[in-house]
Design a binder for this molecule. Sequence first.
Ligand SMILES: Nc1ncnc2c1ncn2[C@@H]1O[C@H](COP(=O)(O)OP(=O)(O)OP(=O)(O)O)[C@@H](O)[C@H]1O
Ligand SMILES: [Mg+2]
Length: 486
Amino acid sequence: MRFKQDFFEQLDGFYSQAYPQGISNPHWLGWSDAAAKLIGLDKPNHELLMQLSANAAAPGASYYAQVYSGHQFGGYTPRLGDGRSIILGEAIGPDGAWDVALKGGGPTPYSRHGDGRAVMRSAVREFLVSEALAALSVPTTRALAVIGSDLPVWRESQETAAITVRLAKSHIRFGHFEYFCYSEKGAPDKLTQLLNFTITQHFPHLTTDAAGYKQWFVEVVQLTAKMIAHWQAVGFAHGVMNTDNMSIVGDTFDFGPFAFLDTFKESFICNHSDHDGRYAFGQQPGIGLWNLKRLAQALPPIIASDDLIAALNTYQPSLVNHYVSLMREKLGLSTDSDLDNAEQEKQDLAFISQFTVMLENNQLDYTNSLRKIGTIDISSQHSLLRDDMLDVHQFDSWFQAYQSRVGQVSDVAAWQHERNQHNPKYILRNYLAQEAIIDIEEKADNSKLLQLQQLLTRPFDEQPEMNDFAKRPPQWGQGLVMSCSS
Ligand SMILES: Nc1ncnc2c1ncn2[C@@H]1O[C@H](COP(=O)(O)OP(=O)(O)OP(=O)(O)O)[C@@H](O)[C@H]1O
Ligand SMILES: [Mg+2]
């Protein structure tokens, strides 16, 4: 790894030095070749294992923990900071630099009462889902590796520690801006310094002046809208959308109790601690806006309020626009119609919503139902999807509208093939991750993890020998809810 240290060198006062502490008996549980490529690495080796398990120093690394705050479940916590994630620096790759962080690397000055560690089950889940989302083209942080150990850690019971090696274009969160607005004296200076750094590093096409700041916030709003549109389209519930888990570059960030939908359910809650459903699947678009408003509230010292409000007003149309275009690809709704764009979008959104309501009413699996679109011959009344319906009348009337919206399809096989490029066959279902974790826990066997990882790097490919991984969860794996004690 070849590092630069821009954050460390330019933002003194925005972090604390924090050295990771090694874990005993480190061993690779998983390694991502695709993530490795991003920072110019090839295959894992012993030297890297020692460095990334913090048993040896990584040449050129600085080791620091950033300070930030955040709104957690609606309430403001004035100081959080990296309590269990230690950044080595920005590793230089062929197409840009990536922060390398050891998540679970040991205590930092921000650990409060925590031990700075991550348990194996949560480290494995973060590793798998980062790479799975990337393969689905969802904007996300990446995971280079997950490293197991025999270091005991205590949660509800004794578990073992692991480290996820996270790669992020940036670790700057909405909460960084909140912290320097509310907690630091002379906030405008610090906020300006942070914003100038953010723009120079991550929005280099913008200028670091009033015009650039204004446009920057518009872009943050739109990147966030785009990320959440992807979540809604792919059926991903994040679970902990606190402002300290919202990345300033619009990447999915911090994987705790996340879940992909099995059965489609707007009110699906994946986080055991989320009693009111604040972060339920269907709430995510609204929470995205709520979080952007909290970010905007921290910015008036440096950006005019009118400009912030104008940018926030672009959120909803931008999210709808991205969501509808992703769903059009899934359903095969072409856009060369006589209607004007806005009217077509409105009609399509209503049509898509009828589709998801129908899935919910019929208690159908979201991913598998969409995948069946790729088996439909639009000129035929019969389909595998129809066979799944409890209420065929509702389906038939929806299908009639679908037929007229899709129109003539001259090459059915090509149309179906195209749908399969947008509707994954395989997602990281919670029960699959759980099976991989149980094998590691009980048999020290990571082969299921490796198999899953391989499978999920090609989620759109048929891979018929892996059919079992596309099945709905067995009884024990339905509606698994994860706790935050990770
Ligand atoms: N075991 C732990 N030890 C110390 N601090 C912790 C621990 N678990 C969580 N924290 C801290 O509590 C806060 C909220 O935790 P949260 O689960 O959102 O983040 P995280 O998963 O630890 O890390 P990140 O947001 O970097 O992915 C963060 O400041 C985090 O560093
Ligand atoms: Mg977090």
